[in-house]
Design a protein around this ligand. Structure first.
Ligand SMILES: *Cc1c(COP(=O)(O)O)cnc(C)c1O
Length: 392
């Protein structure tokens, strides 16, 4: 066994079977391991590293902020925090009627959304609907929202009140009623292998939740922040949700999460209703401001849309017998395989210096940094077919 792996296994909790490499540094869309091997990263820390690695805008903002104020308690406000909240109001379209609640991770944003749903539980309205195969995080509340029995096994009893329904319009019409407090869905289920919803699903979900007084909560933790070629995936569908959860891409790797509410849902939390020591601290929010500013100034959302199309067309053009489908939007792409060989394919890619992700046994996920350019695309077009070639 390699030395680093031995140290890892001897000290880290055994929740990850075997890390793929020991990474030391990164630049742009590339990372290097401690042996000096270079990899083209088409996973981007799972849709986290919006600006890739060591982007000057992010490095400068974080360095400057840590030299001023890294943290204060929630008894005080800070300029970067309010600036980021106002920026999120603007880019989500929530505007002045919207509100932002900061946390430190996706799971915490899901927990806040869960509490928001409970606050909408008046007059016996208590059911919370989420989808089968969904992923909302690993803390107990978020895990209870997650529709994956394999992840829940061993951690029962779960938090009560959540029902996981099929991701069809029929199943939604059947399940929803005046006793539903909230429907929470991912516009694209990333962890499930980049699964899109049926056409018309979100529009119908908006109609039905409005009709019955249920909140429509969208988990945009993976699909948000420019990833799909719009700031947020819901913006492809011409609807406005009651709340969205965010995390991953906001601060490009500095831990942060957020719940953003729209309209009347902004009135549900009252003073004392929630809190987080680190949530919204000046360091994380300064990083968030720098990342979002750079995405806007450098046209990275348009880049994600355009590069995503190029990438999809390229993968389809390979007409490889193992590839049955290319899914997703922008730079969140799923590749469906004919056989359960995603792990084998991602291992082959890694050996050629390309990081791709086996999200499920038959699904490869790509979520490269939004800064992806011509050179990185060309490198992918050279490396990915080599990896595919090893699947006899
Ligand atoms: C990653 C993810 C989460 C959980 O985020 P953490 O920061 O890992 O807690 C929740 N929902 C979705 C859709 C995600 O992709």
């Amino acid at each position: 066994m390699q030395d680093w792996l031995e140290h890892y296994r001897g000290s880290m909790m055994g929740t990850i079977q075997s890390p793929l490499a020991m990474l030391e540094r990164g630049e742009g869309c590339h990372v290097w391991d401690t042996d000096g091997n270079r990899y083209l990263d088409f996973l981007g820390g799972i849709a986290v590293n919006s600006l890739g690695y060591a982007h000057p805008a992010q490095v400068e903002a974080v360095s400057a902020q840590i030299g001023k104020l890294a943290h204060v308690s929630n008894y005080f406000a800070t300029p970067p925090q309010v600036e980021l909240a106002e920026r999120l109001q603007r880019i989500t379209g929530a505007g002045a009627a919207g509100r932002v609640l900061f946390g430190n991770s996706g799971a915490e944003a899901a927990e806040a959304a869960f509490k928001l749903a409970r606050l909408n539980s008046v007059d016996g309205r208590s059911r919370i609907l989420t989808l089968k195969s969904s992923f909302h995080g690993r803390t107990m509340g978020a895990l209870s929202l997650t529709g994956q029995p394999a992840l829940q096994a061993g951690f029962e009893p779960l938090v009560p009140g959540v029902e996981h329904i099929d991701s069809t319009i029929d199943a939604l019409e059947e399940a929803i009623g005046p006793d539903v407090a909230a429907l929470m869905v991912e516009p694209i289920r990333g962890e499930a292998g980049v699964l899109e919803l049926p056409a018309g699903y979100l529009e119908r979900a908006r109609e039905l939740t409005s009709k019955f007084g249920a909140l429509l909560i969208l988990d945009e933790i993976q699909t948000g922040i420019g990833r799909t070629g719009k700031w947020f995936a819901f913006q492809h569908f011409g609807i406005q949700p009651d709340a969205i959860t965010l995390a991953k891409g906001i601060a490009g790797g500095v831990p942060i999460g957020a719940l953003v509410t729209f309209g009347a849902a902004s009135e549900l939390f009252q003073p004392g209703g929630h809190g987080s020591t680190f949530g919204g601290n000046p360091l994380a929010t300064a990083a968030g401001n720098a990342v979002l500013r750079e995405i806007e100034d450098s046209g990275l959302i348009e880049n994600a849309a355009r590069r995503g199309q190029q990438l999809k067309s390229f993968i389809e053009s390979l007409r490889h017998p193992q590839i049955t489908e290319v899914r997703g939007r922008g730079l969140l792409i799923g590749i469906g395989l004919a056989e359960p060989r995603a792990k084998e394919l991602s291992a082959a890619a890694l050996s050629h210096g390309l990081i791709i992700n086996a999200a499920k046994d038959q699904s490869i996920r790509l979520a490269p940094p939004l800064i992806l350019g011509d050179a990185e695309l060309e490198e992918f077009e050279e490396l990915f077919p080599k990896a595919l070639g090893e699947l006899a």
